[in-house]
Design a protein around this ligand. Sequence first.
Ligand code: ZN
Length: 495
Amino acid sequence: MSNSAGAFDALMAHQRQTFALGQVAGRLGWDQETMMPRGAADQRSDEMAAMESVLHARRTDPRVGEWLAAIDEGALDAVGRAQLRHIRRGFDRARKLPADLAEELARVTSRAQGQWAEARAAEDVPAFLPVLARIVDLKRQEAAALAAGGDPYDALLDDYEPGAKATDLEAMFTALRDPLVDLRAACLAQPMPRGLEGRFDEAAQMELTQLLARTFGYDFSIGRLDKAVHPFSSGSGRDVRITTRTNAHDPFNCFYSTIHEVGHACYEQGIDATYLMTPLGQGVSMGVHESQSRIYENQIGRSRAFTGWLYARMRDAFGDFGIADEDGFYAAVNRLQNGFIRTEADEVQYNLHVMLRFDLELALISGDLAVGDLEAAWNDRFKADFGFVVDKPSNGCLQDVHWSVGLFGYFPTYSLGNVYAGCLHQAMRAALPDLDAQLAQGNTAGATGWLRESVQRHGGLFTPRDVIAQAAGMEPSEAPLLAYLQDKFGRLYSI
Ligand code: ZN
């Protein structure tokens, strides 16, 4: 065996173990959200910091640099070269980040999640501000270390969306903003469709949501569905878990957050099995991940055809809930209303919520906005974009967990995912002319099979933009998403 082949094998063996330990750390995070006793929070933050310290040591192990130097890249196939691209990128990033900073970030953000939850429950912004100020300070240090003279925000963004730049995202948001504001105003000026009436048994919601997960192809033999305060998906390969929540008055919250997380989970479950436990064995970016969750949730799950099938299932499970027919149900699923909460926003308003966070976190990381001024800045911007006043912090700057766990540069990937989903949906419709007939029968296999074949199976083989461009047959653009939204909501609201 050549030196190069030996170095490649040794490097991949090291990667597999690091990947496995990363999965263990992720499962601690899952446990924290689902099963962990409240009193264990401090101990858990020490456990997470210890895992982070082990992981950081492995990621920066000098032998990784030696193996990389010894490998003859020209002798590798496309898969091997893609593995090296991920490994080299991860190694460079990890080495730029001082070990004590990585550990301190893990410790502070693990504890901050509980502190945020308490401040949110108490509507107490001042209680959370010192915590957030510490996190912003640490993230600015991280950004400076990673950017090495480049743009600090781009350095953070790169962790979630390799290759993306804030200036490109600003252009995307600019293109989306006015048309979405106009569409929102036009819809809200029309009579509001009827909503659901009554109480919806929560055990029956869990039963139906399990059926939905299976209907969209989620494999329960390598996954599980539990309740948590916030729906999420975690893990990869042969252990991909999702969570959901129930609300007796709003079953759509449970059903559509489940379908969303199933989209994330199916991406992970759909990756080529030969990539498992390697850098190619997980979703390539948060934007591509979100394209899968959003297309499952919206373009498929909230389509007229699929909601017709869901209406019958809901009538079976809950009896009469005040909606007379499938068209009324479709309107109820997709109705616009004024609201404060990003995760509850409809397809038209969702990206306006994301833009607000993107601009504020850019300003926090650049130092243009002080943490002490965040609440006022949030409330001013919300009033300007949505036309009404934030009534309490849990409806404003305390509503999202992201900043408390150090996720800066993450929010824009939600909108990028919507834009990618728009491109994929256009191509999927062209490839599957009888898609609506399938969805009306509750058969998503055509749609999910197309997504698995075009996007999911590749894992990390291609760059995020390339995997979308190849699947969609076009360079990613916000135009298909806008056209889809204007057509769908134009019809629904007779605009
Ligand atoms: Zn998501």
